[in-house]
Design a protein around this ligand. Structure first.
Ligand SMILES: [Zn+2]
Length: 114
């Protein structure tokens, strides 16, 4: 499962940051997940719940914010968020579309108990 390795990586980062801050516990983790990242938020959540046991984040709540796709037309520079993944510029009809965001997976923030 793709999500398990993502969560494993995430926990490496969380542990390091908690150590830096000398935190006792991680209480909340917030992720930003682009709809094009290929990650299923529900699977990410269950992987997180499995992984967090016996870690510093065992009581942590996971919050996932889905981010929309943002694209830019290469012909006329128009920026938009396609709703149905039709990558055609509504302004000039060009197919030359570049993805600006929507495929990211970011650790937005974490809350610690020191
Ligand atoms: Zn255009």
């Amino acid at each position: 499962m793709h999500e398990l390795s993502i969560v494993a990586n995430l926990f490496e980062i969380l542990k390091e940051k908690a150590k830096e801050q000398k935190a006792k516990r991680i209480t909340k983790v917030k992720l930003k997940v682009g709809v094009l990242s290929g990650v299923v938020p529900e699977l990410l959540e269950s992987a997180f719940d499995i992984y967090k046991k016996k870690t510093i984040a065992s009581e942590a709540k996971l919050e996932i914010e889905k981010t929309l796709v943002k694209v830019k037309c290469q012909s006329c520079g128009f920026e938009f968020s396609p709703e149905d993944f039709t990558m055609i510029c509504p302004s000039c009809g060009s197919f030359e579309i570049k993805i600006l965001s929507g495929d990211e997976l970011l650790l937005e923030k974490m809350e610690l108990e020191i």
